[in-house]
Design a protein around this ligand. Structure first.
Ligand code: NAD
Length: 459
């Protein structure tokens, strides 16, 4: 197998190199995972006790993990710390909620018969992760199948494998609390390694990544006919009504669009703003965007580091250039900042339309393209004019109206007066090409189980 070369995106120097896991090693890892039965044999409360120890291990490693993310993917150090903190909260919430989701359900009982539904471990679950939130997104996808009693084989992204190896060390430490030897294993590599894992004798693959990778996983799962859960990309709209709290809407939309240098699946990628407040909204977005401190990810003051990978920066610039060629106008930013490193200025764009990639394809970069609308019907139609459907937001002080609009938007999560949050216990996943299946909620967690009907005839 090949080697993975990790480039520090702030200076374009090599941060480190790693050997990819070979196919024969993957076969061995899968075999070991299939043979491991102790973990499935534990109760969900016992599993929760063991996995819960990860929270203090994450706290102890917070600085180290944040530093690795800064060097490996250019994440601002304070954003990295925040990511570890929200991951800790998510692990805690899963440990509290998941055992309840797995309790037997008695569907029917009378003197004659009883029907029980049980949620049993599937077996081996492969979790394949992206690089943009390598601690939070990875743990949010590893912990539920693990708590369900599955043995997990995890492949971090080839662009965040050092963060992945540090997390794997923490799972290794869980062994002294009772995690069996092969209940959690890691493989290192890119899409070839991912494909090999998908084609292996596993029971489910949980992929978080691009639509392209999602399509390949569907195709490659067909031979073994195993299950899959796909959490894919987004092109998330925000609809801003004239009665909104404008200051709040601007602050939150700019934050969502520029967080992690815009490399967030649920970040705002397009805005539809009521014409009456359009000029003021654009002006305020520019003011807010100017406040963002761009710089060395290791610097405590930095809000936004460079793009994690060069191809992301190139895509960002090409989307902006294509929009300008078709008549859009950059009212702020959108340019490359330094000779070395993948640094850009966050951009604010107007005169955009749905004939441009910037309104139709996932940019995964810090740019806010803004269109105006006269009637809400128009805004809803534009918001739904997309192959994606991960999240969306509506900004209004009329909460009833907000809820009504939310019902008509084709997205897995629609927020009123906020953008870009998920919650343990509530479903997470996409409409349309943004994914297949749900995670985090009762029905999401149960995706990682075999659902069995036990029918007891009493007389
Ligand atoms: P990617 O699709 O390139 O890679 C994601 C992971 O899949 C990596 O580990 C990669 O090695 C692996 N992979 C790629 N092709 C594969 C294949 N054929 N078989 C098996 N594995 C394969 O995505 P990325 O660039 O790492 O991440 C960015 C994408 O992830 C964006 O589209 C973003 O919106 C999405 N994302 C979605 C969510 C969500 O919750 N829906 C969360 C984070 C990121």
């Amino acid at each position: 197998m090949g080697k993975i070369k990790s480039i520090n995106p702030a200076n374009e120097e090599i941060y480190g190199e790693l050997k990819e896991t070979s196919f024969s090693e993957i076969d061995k890892i899968v075999r070991k995972a299939k043979e491991e039965k102790k973990w499935a044999g534990k109760s969900s409360e016992e599993r929760m006790e063991i996995v819960g120890n990860l929270i203090s291990l994450l706290e102890k490693s917070k600085e180290e993990l944040s530093k690795i993310m800064a060097l490996e993917i250019g994440k601002a150090i304070k954003a990295g710390r925040h990511e570890v903190e929200i991951a800790m909260k998510r692990v805690e919430a899963f440990c509290k909620k998941i055992p309840k989701f797995l309790e037997d359900e008695v569907i029917f009982e009378d003197d004659i018969e009883k029907n029980i539904v049980r949620f049993e471990p599937l077996g081996v679950v492969s979790v394949i992760s992206p690089w943009n939130a390598p601690v939070f997104v990875s743990l949010a996808n590893i912990i539920p199948p693990l708590l369900c009693g599955n043995n997990v084989i995890w492949k971090p992204s080839e662009y965040s494998s050092f963060t992945g190896l540090k997390l794997a060390e923490l799972f290794n430490e869980l062994k002294k609390f009772g995690l069996p030897e092969n209940a959690f294993q890691i493989v290192i590599g890119g899409k070839v390694v991912g494909k090999k894992l998908v084609e292996s004798d596993i029971d489910l693959v949980a992929l978080t990544g691009s639509i392209m990778a999602g399509k390949e996983v569907v195709k490659n799962s067909s031979e073994k006919l195993h299950k899959f859960v796909l959490e894919l990309g987004g092109k998330d709209p925000a609809i801003v009504l004239e009665d909104c709290d404008l200051e709040k809407a601007v602050r939150e939309i700019v934050k969502s669009a520029t967080m992690y240098t815009g490399q967030v699946c649920f970040g705002v990628e397009r805005v539809y703003c009521a014409r009456k407040i359009y000029d003021e909204f654009v002006e305020k977005c520019v003011e807010e965007t100017k406040k963002i401190i761009i710089g060395n990810p290791l610097d405590e003051k930095t809000d936004m580091g460079p793009f994690a990978v060069k191809f992301q920066m190139e895509k960002y610039i090409s989307h902006i250039e294509e929009a300008i060629q078709k008549g859009a106008k950059l009212v702020y930013g959108g340019d490359k900042l330094k000779e070395k490193g993948y640094f850009v200025n966050p951009g604010v764009m107007v005169n955009v339309n749905h004939g441009m990639k910037i309104m139709k394809e996932e940019t995964f970069g810090p740019v806010i393209p803004i269109m105006s609308f006269d009637k809400i019907e128009e805004a809803i139609k534009l918001a739904n004019d997309s192959d994606y459907g991960l999240t969306a937001s509506v900004w209004t002080s009329d909460l009833r109206k907000g809820e009504e609009i939310a019902k008509r938007i084709e997205a897995g999560t629609v927020e009123v007066n906020r953008h870009g949050m998920s919650k343990a216990g509530c479903p997470w996943g996409g409409y349309k090409m943004s994914g297949i299946g749900r995670i985090y909620s009762k029905e999401g967690v149960r995706e990682f189980t075999n659902i069995k009907h036990v029918w007891v005839v009493k007389k």
